[in-house]
Design a protein around this ligand. Structure first.
Ligand code: VGL
Ligand code: ZN
Length: 257
């Protein structure tokens, strides 16, 4: 594998390639810890996930996350925040602001929170509707009060464009714009991304899918994540495994150091 030109020798250029692409990422991994959307609205506010089908308590992620922050020397720490303007396309009470496409399974008058509609576009855009949540500069958008915010950490804001939702912390759902996450990771030469938070089957799932597609080693911390829908959490896990991601517990992460 390392003898790229097949002459039987590893020359300097081949060694450099081998070092940069194979050896360095193994012997000198650079870790990033990404804490996704641990915000009031998902825990005890308008989009309290404990009212959703999985009935999970979002506050339970705080303790394992704080413990990891105290014990694991991550090279970088990121906090993402769902950060919507008041006229955001995902809010059920804004559904009348925009035209729906004829193919929409539900009309604007009948639509309820958690339904999926199709906006007219162009191009037509599928959108799941949520209760109004994480409005910029409101209590609901604040990080949970007990979540430890470490010095030097970077906050990444997403869902700021009123016309498009953003589940992944990398890109909005239409890939129109990126957040600063990818450039921040590149700046630090990150190789491994540890991901956890809320919601397992929505923003956490979309973020780890993008991380794996980019080529990062991505690790989901299962007990530091909570979700909306049990079946969706299970399919999120299969997708991660099928794409060579890793799912481990916070204890297993702590045991690595
Ligand atoms: C999220 C629903 C709507 C999340 C954000 O952070 O998982 N879920 N907006
Ligand atoms: Zn949102």
């Amino acid at each position: 594998v390392f003898d790229k030109n097949g002459d039987g020798f590893i020359d300097k250029e081949e060694f450099t390639f081998c070092w940069n692409h194979w050896i360095k990422v193994i012997v000198r991994p650079v870790s990033a810890f990404l804490i996704v959307d641990v915000q009031n609205d998902f825990i005890s506010g308008t989009l309290n996930i404990s009212n959703c089908n999985a009935q999970q308590d979002g506050s339970e992620v705080v303790e394992p996350i704080n413990r990891l922050l105290d014990t694991v020397p991550f090279d970088a720490v990121f906090y993402s925040l769902d950060w919507h303007p008041p006229d955001h396309v995902s809010f059920i009470d804004n559904v009348h602001m925009r035209e729906l496409h004829p193919s929409s399974p539900v009309s604007a008058d009948k639509a309820q929170a958690y339904d999926t509609v199709v906006f007219a576009g162009p191009p037509p855009m599928k959108q799941r509707l949520w209760p109004r949540h994480c409005v910029q500069d409101t209590w609901g958008a604040d990080l949970h009060k007990d979540l430890k915010v470490v010095e030097g950490a970077v906050k990444v804001y997403k869902g700021t464009n009123p016309e498009v939702d953003s589940y992944s912390v990398f890109w909005d759902n239409k890939k129109l714009a990126d957040t600063s996450l990818i450039s921040q990771l590149r700046l630090r030469n990150a190789t491994d991304i540890y991901i956890c938070g809320l919601a397992y089957d929505v923003c956490v799932g979309a973020t780890i899918a993008d991380a794996l597609a980019i080529g990062y080693r991505a690790i989901l911390i299962d007990d530091a994540s909570r979700g909306v829908d049990l079946a969706d959490i299970e399919s999120t896990k299969s997708t991660i495994i099928n794409n060579n991601g890793v799912i481990i517990t916070s204890q297993e992460v702590a045991a690595m150091v």
